[in-house]
Design a protein around this ligand. Sequence first.
Ligand SMILES: *Cc1c(COP(=O)(O)O)cnc(C)c1O
Length: 362
Amino acid sequence: MTTQQFFSTQKSIQVATDKREAAMQNPGFGSVFSANMASARYTAADGWHDGQIAPYAPLAIAPSALVFHYAQEIFEGLKVYSQEDGSISLFRPDANARRFVKSAERLAMAPLPVELFLESVEKLALTDRDWIPKQRGSSLYLRPVMFASQAALGVKPANEYSYYVLACPVGDYFKDGNSGISLWVSENYSRAGIGGTGEAKCGGNYAASLAAQAEAQRQGCDQVVFLDSREKTWVEELGGMNIFFVFKDGSIQTPPLGGTILPGVTRDSLLKLAARLGIEAREEPYSIEQWEADARSGKLVEAFACGTAAVITPIRQVKRATSEFAIGDAKAGAITLQLKNALLDIQQGRAEDPFGWVKRLA
Ligand SMILES: *Cc1c(COP(=O)(O)O)cnc(C)c1O
């Protein structure tokens, strides 16, 4: 058996056009799901097996499944784009596949081979290609997820796992994406610590971030931004997005990956794209004190958050326990918009793809 036939499409379905179009009218983010999902199972005895594309439906899982008790769960997020020429494409799916392997290793789970990850997302995208919205900025968001399904209460890595890929047609993540978000600087909570799971894409990191996010909302802010857990000094990232700073001299900067920051595909793409656009880009630590001082002096003129879901979102305001400061003139800045448009143009096939990032599907 070649791995290209691992996921059978025999049970997949198509839904009536009017039903699909009604569901896609106003999809928001993550509440509308396509007709099908991909799935596969792993057991220590049989390895990965039972790959299929089948109708999206609830699961039957034992209440004793290890995921519910010890949180062995990882996920990914990537988008299918409809291209100008009518074809469909994925953006750097190999990077997500490799990160999924690394996340699995960190959580002592059975890694899903890169080829199987790629086949699952490609086949689901092709099966449900009618669910890909065509408007600029819209796409079909794919959510691969894997968890420990073994029914047992012992504290040990599971020997059975389930893998699924869900697909959601999505519009903008933030309703008014270019007007900017406000951030609350968390001092009570950390997202990740040295030697922890910060660089793995696991639900546990999100669970750890939610109380801080709720605190941000109580403070009237859109999102929380985390500092390093040891010194409470260095800006790390948001709950689910990386962060960039833009300076008056035209350079950009993002915190270096050091085990506590999630290595975003968007972050990496922007670093490479910046170099090509002639924008100086640094990976260097930046303290919250310096950020506030530079925003006040005008040395820092823009800041933005980035990730697959939200693409690039300008930051307009930062609130701390003791102070508050604005970024630039509170509108999306020139470099933020230049990078956002350059990235979207490559992703949606409107510009050449010098890095070979776009994977067109047959
Ligand atoms: C997924 C994620 C990001 C963004 O990664 P992308 O690959 O760019 O989507 C950033 N931070 C966290 C915590 C994440 O989970």
